[in-house]
Design a protein around this ligand. Structure first.
Ligand SMILES: *Cc1c(COP(=O)(O)O)cnc(C)c1O
Length: 411
């Protein structure tokens, strides 16, 4: 059933009456996450790759309710920090199924992972630098490892713009065979891993598949020259449409193209979608508190801010915004911003929105990935509550912080 879920959920598709009741009951700003949609997104993705092992890359949304739902749906979890391992275990993940991708891992994170692996030898630690493997060995670790490789093709960037930024992730491609031979003597080398690209839609899919092809080639090289592998992991990077006129990925096409790019491989194919699973399953409700007609713009002031959703300020990201109190009203071009004293605290400028009035509710869409996860307390704002919808019921899954929470850690 959930396999037939629509490939994208737009703001207009949410039940506006229910959202209005949630805001009345729990206040604003408010995160609303639809756990059934999270599960449906995972199922749709996994169905496109029937022979692959699909993990959820947790960093986009590590909320306990989301992790629990995905575990229940059959997902395993990929973690990129000790705190994420901790959350996954708390949510009920079997530590033997976890995969930990270590990127410049702090000592405390490696200590945590090694300790967890002592009791749970199924856990896999992925390293993207020789130092990481040396530091694991220093800790007496000789268990399951994977090598993160840098395929040298970052999707969304172009091959010729090889930025130093990308060098942060993974072992340079040509150094992999030698490192693999070395690692195989010291650990149980079970996999090759790469995660190149982010927000890939159809326009970038061919580039992404070229990177996947290179990773698969390396998998075959290591299998032939060094050791058989349990898996080759192609990471995530699959995008969702943020703009109303963008088309969602056709997962049947994606599945076909990825399979073609991978080719024959003895090892199990793994994939790790993050954003794809959670992005459109959550929105933020925010109340309009100010309408100001300035010569340059009509300014709509709301109670959400860059502390609630930082992506527009941090990445210039577009997020859909809808007046859910009066969606049919004539549209007016407005800018929407929050209570923070910085010009970065603006969700949109010159955006046609059904003309908002004071005390009406706006929904900001696609907040499931890096929404709450990057929320902060700038301007000493308590973080909002998060409410989950599941099977027709709603429940609070994270309480609204109070002013006492804002000062809690201070001495
Ligand atoms: C972030 C991340 C992912 C998921 O990326 P998405 O673009 O959210 O699909 C997968 N694997 C690793 C190692 C990551 O760091």
């Amino acid at each position: 059933m959930s396999q037939d879920s629509p490939p994208v959920r737009r703001l207009a598709d949410w039940d506006h009456d229910r959202l209005g009741r949630l805001a009345a009951d729990h206040g604003t700003p408010l995160y609303v996450v639809d756990l059934d949609r999270v599960a449906a997104n995972y199922d749709r993705f996994a169905s496109a790759f029937p022979d692959a092992h699909v993990m959820y890359a947790a960093k986009a949304h590590t909320g306990r309710a989301v992790l629990e739902k995905l575990l229940e749906t059959g997902a395993d979890i990929e973690c990129a920090a000790a705190g994420e391992l901790h959350r996954a275990v708390q949510a009920g993940a079997d530590p033997d199924t976890l995969q930990y991708t270590a990127v410049n891992p702090p000592d405390a994170d490696l200590d945590y992972a090694v300790e967890l692996a002592e009791e749970n030898p199924g856990l896999t630690i992925t390293g993207g630098a020789r130092d990481t493997f040396d530091r694991l060995e220093e800790r007496g670790y000789d268990g399951r490892v994977a090598i993160r490789i840098n395929p040298g093709i970052g999707t969304g960037h172009h091959e010729k713009v090889a930025t130093g930024k990308d060098a942060k992730f993974g072992i340079p491609y040509d150094q992999v065979p030698q490192l693999a031979a070395d690692i195989a003597d010291r650990f149980d080398l079970v996999g090759i891993h790469a995660h190149a690209g982010s927000g890939v839609l159809h326009a970038d899919l061919d580039d992404h598949c070229r990177a996947i092809g290179k990773v698969a080639d390396m998998g075959r090289t290591v299998e032939t020259d060094v050791t058989p592998l349990d898996f080759v992991d192609f990471g995530g990077g699959f995008g969702v449409p943020y703009r109303e006129d963008e088309e969602p990925l056709d997962m049947a096409v994606v599945g076909e193209k990825v399979r073609e790019a991978v080719g024959d491989l003895d090892a199990q194919v793994k994939l790790e979608p993050g954003r794809y699973v959670v992005a459109d399953a959550e929105l933020i409700l925010t109340e309009v508190n100010t309408i100001k007609k300035a010569p340059a713009a009509t300014v709509v002031g709301v109670d959400a801010s860059l502390a609630t959703l930082i992506r527009p300020a941090m990445f210039g990201s577009y997020h859909p915004i809808r007046n859910i109190s009066a969606p049919e009203r004539d549209a007016e071009s407005v800018s929407v911003g929050g209570p923070c004293c910085t010009s970065a605290d603006v969700f949109c400028t010159d955006r046609p929105i059904a003309r908002p009035e004071r005390e009406e509710l706006l929904a900001i869409g696609n907040a499931g990935a890096y929404g709450y996860e990057l929320a902060n307390q700038f301007h000493s704002q308590p973080r909002p509550a998060e409410v989950a919808i599941e099977g027709g019921e709603t429940r609070v899954v994270r309480d609204r912080e109070t002013l006492a929470d804002v000062t809690r850690m201070e001495r």
